[in-house]
Each structure stands twice: as structure tokens, then as C-alpha cells.
Design a protein around this ligand. Structure first.
Ligand code: MG
Length: 337
């Protein structure tokens, strides 16, 4: 039997992504409670062969297809696919996903160059970033390569060294299984809850739900600055040809739509004024983090991309779709549908 949630507790649970408690809507052992979705768990990887991702994962790299990756400005990535692996091309910049992700489970496999070159931070350096370019879990050849502890493999860079160093020799495949909880900001940009991260390196727990102090950076404790909850995941170009394979992600929060960070060129193409059924004009402008603002009826709406042409507001029921008519862009906005 379903019983109504205590309103105060329900609000508290909705407001705090970090607070975990049994859902008070259900009785103990309630037979009417929905069953968990059935998911094929896939298989583990071996050195010779990548495993199969769980059936509900979003596969980001499967050995050949890099259509889900881009340069940071959204143009095609210059990283290459070679022998089934996605490889950093030094000097080409970070590679990021086109899709944006909030709270998630991420699986990444990586291998340092062999024979190894350089030492300390110069050996097999890359990184797994959440929040576009803000929060780095270090990728480094930390096998018999001394560096500062909070910059070694699986460190939350500059903040938390890994609990242990389980790095395999260069050339061997290594896994990161990361649980990411995005920071939350209120409508005024005030920090509501900090980011949290749990990391298993080669199956061994090395970061236990640590709370990030802010964006990771070199020689600096940068403060949090408001950003969208969902943003692309990025892999770092730190000048070393680090290889990646078998990358997949499972988003853990419930979101209404998928979200993408579109290429700058596409977003720039939407900027301008569009008529709104003879009533007024919709002013479209760029905003930070790949977002657009629609201004009409005396209000500003921050719009997130659901596809290359469809946008939606997070907090109000406003949607917009761009179409091309005889080479001219048109925008249809719906409110409250
Ligand atoms: Mg790095």
C-alpha cells in the first residue's frame, strides 16, 4: 500500500542529492513496489579484450565509433582511433563528449605509452574530467614513477591522493570505475552541495566518496563557481599519447530529457531575433557552458539543448525548436505544453 510521504521529508529528499534514506512512500516489503529494471551486467575486460558494457549503459567508445566525442568547442576531435583504441594526439586539445551528464557511474580503461617517456607529471599524463574541464581524476603512469601524491594516478588532482597506488606497468590496460555526484547550485548561483567522487582503480577502492573543495587546478584551491548540473565528460591532452578503450557511462539521476553541449558554431548560428507570432520578438543569445538564453515577454529563459535543434528550460515549461525554411532559420517556442 502506498502512503503519502511526509511533506517536509519529501521536500528535504528532493532538495538534497546527497541525503539517502528509504522512500517513506512504501511500506516495508510492499508487494506493490515496482521491481528493479532487469539489466544484463555485461562482462569484465581482460588485457587482451575489452569487456561488454551493462545493457543500460550509454557507450561512449566501443573500439571504432568516435561520433560521441568532440574537441572542447564542439568541432570534430583530432584524437585518433587506432587498433580499436581512442588515442590522445599530443597538442590537439582535450576530447569531450557531445552529451552532458550529471550524477553518473563512469567506466574508462586506459594504458600509458610504452616504453615510458619522461618522469613525474610528464609520464603518461592525461585525466578524466567531469563538469567539462573542472574536476579531474588524474590519469598518470604512476608505475615506479614518483611524483607529488595528490597528482598521482587516480588522485583527485591537487586535493586527494589515492588511498593506494595500484597502477599497472605502462602498456597494460587499467580500469577506472568512478561514481560522480555533481555539485548543486541554487537559482542564484549559491553552492547548495559540493561534488563527491568515488573511484575504483583496477577494481580497488582508491577514493571513498570524497568531497571536492572546488574545481581541481594546479597550485591553487579554486572556489566553486555555479555551472549546470549536467556537462560533458572530457579526457585530457597533457602532451602524452595515452590510449583509451571501453568507455561507458550510466546516468544515476532521473532527468526529463537527454542533454547535449552543441558545437559553438551551431550555437552561434542560432543567435539573433525571431518573430513570435506577431506578438513580440524572441531574442536568442549565447550563455556560458553551451547554453542559450531566450528573452521574450519580459523574461529571460536559460535553454538547454536536447538535440541539435530542440531546446528546453529546466525550471519552467518552455521549449523551442529551430527549423530551416528556405535557408532562413525560424524558431517556434511553446510555453506550458
Ligand atoms: Mg592530468
Amino acid at each position: 500500500m502506498k502512503t503519502p510521504a511526509a511533506p517536509a521529508l519529501a521536500i528535504l529528499l528532493a532538495a538534497s542529492p546527497l541525503l539517502s534514506a528509504p522512500d517513506p512512500s512504501w511500506l516495508d516489503h510492499d508487494r506493490d513496489r515496482p521491481q528493479p529494471a532487469v539489466v544484463d551486467p555485461g562482462t569484465f575486460s581482460s588485457q587482451e579484450q575489452p569487456g561488454r558494457p551493462p545493457s543500460d549503459a550509454t557507450v561512449l567508445f566501443n573500439g571504432s565509433d568516435i561520433s560521441q566525442w568532440a574537441s572542447m568547442d564542439g568541432s570534430p576531435t583530432k584524437w585518433v582511433v587506432k587498433d580499436g583504441v581512442f588515442q590522445c594526439v599530443p597538442g590537439s586539445g582535450y576530447a569531450r563528449t557531445l552529451e552532458s551528464f550529471g550524477d553518473c557511474q563512469l567506466h574508462v580503461e586506459w594504458a600509458s605509452p610504452t616504453p615510458p617517456h619522461g618522469n613525474s607529471q610528464g609520464r603518461g599524463n592525461s585525466g578524466v574530467f567531469f563538469g567539462f574541464d573542472r574536476y579531474e581524476c588524474q590519469v598518470l603512469d604512476s608505475f615506479e614513477n614518483r611524483t607529488y601524491a595528490d597528482g598521482s594516478a587516480a588522485a583527485i588532482y591537487g586535493q586527494y591522493p589515492p588511498l593506494v597506488n595500484v597502477t599497472r606497468p605502462p602498456g597494460q590496460w587499467q580500469t577506472y570505475d568512478i561514481l560522480w555526484t555533481a555539485p548543486r547550485f541554487d537559482a542564484n548561483g549559491k553552492l547548495v552541495s559540493k561534488a563527491r567522487e568515488t573511484v575504483f582503480h583496477n577494481g580497488v577502492l582508491v577514493q571513498n566518496n570524497v568531497e571536492l573543495t572546488g574545481p581541481t587546478s594546479w597550485l591553487e584551491r579554486a572556489p566553486y563557481k555555479a555551472h549546470p548540473e549536467r556537462l560533458p565528460i572530457a579526457l585530457q591532452d597533457h602532451g602524452n599519447p595515452v590510449r583509451f578503450r571501453n568507455i561507458w557511462v550510466r546516468e544515476l539521476a532521473t532527468y526529463r530529457h537527454k542533454e547535449f553541449m552543441l558545437p559553438d558554431s551551431v550555437l552561434d548560428g542560432y543567435v539573433g531575433d525571431y518573430p513570435r507570432g506577431g506578438r513580440d520578438v524572441i531574442h536568442v543569445a549565447r550563455a556560458a557552458d553551451g547554453l542559450l538564453t531566450f528573452n521574450f515577454g519580459g523574461a529571460d529563459f536559460v535553454m538547454h539543448a536536447e538535440s541539435p535543434t530542440r531546446f528546453y528550460a529546466l525550471t519552467t515549461d518552455v521549449q523551442g525548436e529551430f527549423t530551416d525554411k528556405d535557408g532562413k532559420k525560424e524558431l517556434r517556442v511553446t510555453v506550458g505544453d
